[in-house]
Ligand binder design. Structure first.
Ligand code: MF3
Ligand code: CO
Ligand code: CO
Length: 249
């Protein structure tokens, strides 16, 4: 299927889903403390989502067993919540996707646990800025290559690397739609953006090399060199004048 354009009405429904996903990330923040297990964070998020008449999109998605993704330290993405307790100095990405009224909202943030380490704080800050650069450059007439190039240039300029194997994605009635939104690329290449397109930007930035591998659980992606990795994500819509960030509380 090719890129679907959303109407103003549809974008309002996606905004409602996106706002709820963002509220989940606000709600969970005070729970992200030393000693809490990622399974407990999953349970709290799950209950909040279903209490708001929404569905956690990851649950049973291609066999994923939990309602959120929790990716700690050198874990890049798709970490499965479980019995592991967070400890002082950890960094953790919490990725929440909800389906509300048939529409998806997908957003993630980094959290520092207890007292942040210098390296942990640095990679979280760089990944956040990488997302912000993508948001700043995105708009009608811009290409996906322009976005990827801007993110890659910034992250590599900081001595970090951008993950190649995972990318942002179109989103709407489906969790993952066309197009693929790479976080690296060449200017003036790839799809040219037009109003009504909705997709995520979600750069994964590593403190070391870009290569990743998947753990035997079939889901958890880690850096091959075990360097720290961080990611932030928003769902956006392209408008006539720029962008609309749909995952704001
Ligand atoms: N939320 C992730 C994304 O940003 C996808 C998670 S898929 C899952 O695209 F199955 F791991 F939940
Ligand atoms: Co996403
Ligand atoms: Co996500």
């Amino acid at each position: 299927m090719s890129v679907t354009l959303k109407s103003a009405d549809e974008i309002e429904k996606m905004r409602a889903a996106g706002a709820l996903a963002s509220q989940v990330l606000d709600m969970i923040a005070p729970h992200v403390t030393p000693g809490v297990t990622t399974g407990e964070l999953d349970r709290i998020c799950h209950e909040y989502i279903v209490a708001h008449r929404a569905v956690p999109a990851p649950l049973n998605y291609r066999g994923f067993p939990k309602s959120i993704c929790t990716s700690i330290n050198h874990q890049v993405c798709h970490g499965i919540p479980g019995s592991k307790a967070l400890k002082d100095g950890d960094i953790v990405n919490i990725d929440v996707t909800v389906i509300l009224d048939g529409w998806h909202g997908d957003t993630s943030r980094m959290y520092t646990v207890g007292k942040p380490t210098i390296k942990g704080q640095r990679i979280c800050d760089i990944a956040k800025h990488a997302l912000d650069i993508g948001l700043q450059i995105a708009g009608p007439g811009v290409t996906l290559g322009d976005i990827g190039h801007a993110i890659q240039t910034y992250a590599e300029g900081e001595g970090c690397s951008v993950v190649r194997e995972y990318c942002g994605h179109g989103i709407g009635k489906l969790f993952h739609e066309k197009p693929e939104v790479l976080h690296y690329g060449r200017p003036n290449t790839g799809l040219r953006l037009t109003p009504g397109m909705t997709f995520t930007i979600e750069p994964m930035v590593n403190l070391g090399k870009p290569q990743t591998k998947t753990l035997p659980d079939g889901w958890t992606v880690v850096t091959k060199d075990r360097s720290l990795s961080a990611q932030w994500e928003h769902t956006i819509a392209i408008t006539d004048n720029g962008i609309d960030i749909l995952t704001l509380s």
